[in-house]
Design a protein around this ligand. Structure first.
Ligand SMILES: Nc1ncnc2c1ncn2[C@@H]1O[C@H](COP(=O)(O)OP(=O)(O)O)[C@@H](O)[C@H]1O
Ligand SMILES: NC(=O)OP(=O)(O)O
Length: 313
């Protein structure tokens, strides 16, 4: 029987720049269309780390070059831009792939705002890596010239980090739910959602942050009463002792084991840790719910229990 599935697409599903993205979304669309063809209801969220960093960098260059002409763009607006252009590419590639298979379904991106708490301690402690991977020298230059906080990201180079508060509520949830309920394929909560804080008189104010898309996808999966949360990334399974001689790939993970491994520091912050935390939260949110972490091209096999790391009670 078809399941309701929320998919969180990682960086490798989108590429690092526009030409890479246009190629990547075609492959991504094939994997998603396979699930729709099998009768699953699919809701898609995606990351935006490289893209939002690039957009903010480009906007920063413009405003620094001609400060009398351009006003700096807030980070929340950069997140909105990243949702727009990734959603545009993804919805077109997926629509085309579905039509090629004779499936005529509406596919649309919902520009999504996600409420965060303005007192979230994350605002005082930036942890979310965005933008390109840099060398140590380049990172030190960024620190000196722009006052950015830079960190080493899982052995892949240095990246800027920004605040990443936890998602509290999805503003456009009822719209997303109505579209999904009437058979449309929805792309929502892109880049974790545009972070907003609530002010007086229903006013929403953009916040300088990038929400983790794994946590936003988890929240959306809970609220849409999804059966599965699938986090698609660059590894087929989650490992303990990752990249060490005694590395061990995990097929099944109970919430208790996940907590034990988290306490041991088995999962890198900013990369695998939020995925395992989101999977654990979803698995515990209601009996019968499963979260799966695997490769994009293994999504179909993962759903049928052949691969990936499944987190369930
Ligand atoms: N314990 C672990 N098991 C598997 N992968 C891990 C682990 N710790 C860190 N990683 C790294 O985390 C990466 C996934 O994080 P990241 O690339 O940030 O995600 P995304 O796909 O959302 O862009 C994997 O490709 C892997 O290199
Ligand atoms: N917003 C977000 O989580 O992006 P990445 O998945 O690219 O890090």
């Amino acid at each position: 029987m078809g399941k309701r599935i929320v998919i969180a697409l990682g960086g490798n599903a989108l590429g690092n720049n526009l030409p890479e993205q246009m190629v990547a979304v075609r492959k991504t669309s094939k994997a998603i269309a396979d699930l729709i063809e099998e009768g699953h209801e699919v809701v898609i969220a995606h990351g935006n780390g490289p893209q939002v960093g690039m957009i903010q960098e480009a906007m920063g260059l413009l405003t620094r070059a001609e400060p009398e002409k351009y006003i700096p763009f807030p980070l929340s607006v950069c997140v909105a831009m990243s949702q727009g252009y990734i959603g545009y590419d993804l919805q077109n590639a997926l629509k085309e792939e579905l039509l090629d298979r004779g499936i005529d379904k509406g596919v649309a991106t919902v520009l999504t705002q996600v409420v965060v708490d303005q007192d979230d301690p994350a605002f005082q402690n930036p942890t979310k890596p965005i933008g390109a991977f840099l060398t140590r020298e380049e990172a030190e230059k960024m620190e000196r010239e722009h006052g950015y906080k830079m960190v080493e990201d899982s052995g892949r180079g240095y990246r800027r980090v920004v605040a990443s508060p936890k998602p509290q509520a999805i503003v456009e949830l009822s719209t997303i739910s109505a579209l999904v309920g009437s058979g449309h394929v929805v792309i929502a909560c892109g880049g974790g959602g545009i972070p907003v804080v609530t002010e007086h008189h229903h006013h929403l104010k953009g916040a300088a942050a990038v929400i983790d898309k794994d946590f936003a996808s988890e929240l959306m999966a809970e609220h849409l009463n999804a059966d599965m949360l699938i986090v698609l990334t660059a590894v087929e399974k989650v490992a303990i002792n990752f990249n060490k001689p005694d590395q061990q790939w995990l097929s099944d993970l109970t919430p208790d084991k996940a907590r034990e491994y988290i306490a041991q520091g088995q999962f890198a912050p900013g990369s695998m840790l939020p995925k395992v935390e989101a999977a654990l939260k979803f698995a515990e949110s209601k009996p019968g719910r499963t979260a799966l972490i695997t490769l994009l091209e293994k999504a179909k096999d993962g759903i049928s229990g052949k691969t990936g790391t499944a987190v369930h009670q």
